[in-house]
Write a protein that binds this ligand. Structure first.
Ligand code: HEM
Length: 528
């Protein structure tokens, strides 16, 4: 009762203590309320200050930033976050296309980043220029190693290490090396054709994107690690290949976290444990495979033999660098060729007229299947045009190759760009611009055969140009020509579901294309 009245049961009613004890809870409540409201006030003030900072940051980026005169969507010019969201949604290539359709050949796609779809940008950004230091690789997408003694990657940002590694590996990609490697590549393509042959059944239904994955990775695995992944033989992806399918999502995550230093330092804690473990397992598997190949006493024609001979004299690569770079070569050489072939086959099957013309060219050029080799397939003009057009509509390196403008600034496409700005050509957006091509979304290989002033071929650089251009370009063309020629010589291929028709760009991209299945019917070609 006394408690209910606010007093204390041990004090007598009416005493001073009773009165004090009676008021104490009221005071406590008042103090708590006061303290509570002070927290609320402090919290609210912090919130207001933070919001103000965010607004000021956005206003600065829009009205005062050195890139303020470049057009682009408002939120993207103000903050980096829309880019991060788009990278994670997998639609960044479509957003880039929309923005360039709307704003023109240069678009500001983040406070400090410009995207280009103008053919001149390739030379200005990616070629060495006498008057300027190189535009280095963007450290937000490829991090520098922590210490100079760490192993370096040919695709890393250190330009000196890149030059050293490129010199060493160039020996494995010379014309002579390619000729030596040809029987290995031809052997895998032959195995692939035999495996998908329906035989007595006459017709079979296969998922072609998966099979193209097997053949690309088996070739790359053999040339890098000295042994096949045996995907074709087992009609199943090897664990190394399976795990590598997640690389793109991992790289997308790393690239977005790198935009927010010092968060990048805590990447190991941010990434889910199972992903970190998968990465470590994959690295260990690659290192073991690379060491096994290096220990072989052999002159087998692959990516190792010529570079190893050079290295024995020049001591250019450490063991750790061999391990790292062999893994890079497997992935760089297979994911891209796989994407290209998947895109080209989808376009061919959705454009029966083109498929017809190409099949006629191939079947009239060869009397027997075994006449089709890397050397002979190189002579087919329409096949080359089909590959060119496939790489235009479905570029394997779909989004920009990010570079940074050197400190003193530079002119790109005739306009001044301050030092430190991130710049890139976004291939998907560039290749689909109506300002660069007539009927930009249509599959028309003829544009590679007959010059048409409505097409600006200078924008097409699927392998990049300059010192970082693709070291495996000739091998990639050799593989693509041979696989397409052998496939279309041997089989009549049609879409399993004739209504399964859509634009390649509808797929998502997580650094690489997230390729959807391509179900086809294959039938041994009549008279072959
Ligand atoms: C259609 C297939 C291919 C396409 C479209 C392609 C595209 C590219 C592009 C655009 C680059 C430049 C990357 C940059 O500037 O940051 C590149 C670099 C590279 N590619 Fe390819 N590539 C293909 C096939 C291959 C093959 C078969 C190999 C063989 C292993 C390969 C190995 C490499 C390597 C090692 C680099 C790094 C070169 C350097 O930085 O010096 N690529 N590729």
């Amino acid at each position: 009762m006394a408690e209910r009245m606010g007093g204390c049961i041990s004090c007598s009613p009416g005493s001073r203590e009773f009165a004090l004890h009676r008021t104490a809870p009221l005071l406590n409540t008042a103090t708590n309320t006061w303290m509570g409201s002070s927290y609320v006030i402090k919290g609210a003030s912090a919130g207001i200050a933070l919001s103000l900072l965010v607004v000021l940051y956005a206003l600065y980026n829009i009205f005062l930033h050195p890139l303020r005169q470049y057009p682009g969507p408002l939120l993207w010019r103000a903050f980096r976050i829309p880019w991060v969201i788009s990278i994670h949604k997998g639609n960044v290539h479509r957003r880039m296309k929309e923005f360039h359709d709307k704003y023109g050949p240069v678009v500001r796609i983040a406070p400090n980043e410009l995207s280009y779809t103008d053919g001149r940008a390739w030379k200005d950004i990616y070629l060495n220029r006498a008057d300027l230091p190189v535009f280095p690789r963007n450290p937000a997408s490829v991090k520098k190693t922590d210490s100079p003694s760490d192993p370096q990657n040919i695709m890393g940002p250190d330009e000196d290490a890149h030059a050293r590694l490129r010199r060493a590996f160039a020996h494995s990609f010379s014309d002579k090396s390619l000729r030596d490697q040809a029987p290995t590549v031809e052997g895998y393509v032959d195995a692939f054709i035999k495996q998908i042959n329906p035989g007595a059944k006459k017709t079979s239904r296969i998922e072609l994107v998966t099979w193209l994955n097997y053949v690309s990775f088996d070739i790359s695995g053999d040339l890098s690690f000295g042994e096949s992944f045996d995907c074709i033989k087992n009609a199943q992806a090897h664990p190394w290949v399976e795990i590598s399918k997640d690389f793109g999502k991992g790289l997308a995550l790393v690239a977005s976290i790198n935009q927010y230093p010092p968060l990048d330092k805590y990447l190991g804690y941010i990434l889910p444990k199972n992903i970190v473990q998968r990465r470590l397992d994959h690295r260990a598997m690659s290192a073991a495979k690379a060491r096994k190949r290096l220990e072989m006493d052999t002159d087998r024609p692959d990516f190792v033999t010529p570079t190893k001979k050079y290295n024995d004299q020049k001591d250019a690569l450490s063991l750790a660098e061999w391990e790292l770079n062999m893994s890079t070569l497997v992935f760089a050489g297979s994911e891209t060729t796989w994407s290209a072939l998947s895109g080209i086959m989808r376009e061919l099957l959705q454009n029966r007229g083109v498929l017809h013309r190409l099949t006629r060219e191939i079947r009239s050029a060869f009397g027997e299947e075994d006449e089709i080799t890397i050397a002979s397939a190189g002579k087919l003009a329409y096949l080359n045009a089909v590959i060119g057009e496939g790489l235009r509509l479905a570029p394997p390196v779909v989004i920009g190759l990010p570079r940074v403008v050197p400190e003193m600034g530079a002119t790109v496409c005739g306009q001044w760009v301050p030092g430190g700005t991130y710049v890139a050509v976004h291939q998907f957006a560039a290749n689909r611009q109506a300002s660069n091509f007539h009927l930009p979304n249509s599959f028309i290989p003829e544009r590679f055969l007959e010059k048409d002033d409505r097409d600006d071929m200078s924008i097409l650089q699927p392998f990049n140009i300059g010192r970082h251009s693709c070291i495996g370009m000739k091998l990639a063309y050799a593989e693509m020509r041979l696989i397409l020629a052998r496939l279309l010589y041997a089989f009549d291929v049609v879409l399993d579901d004739p209504t399964d028709v859509w634009d390649w760009g509808e797929q998502d991209t997580f650094m690489f294309w997230d390729k959807r299945p391509l179900w086809v019917k294959v039938e041994r070609a009549g008279g072959v």
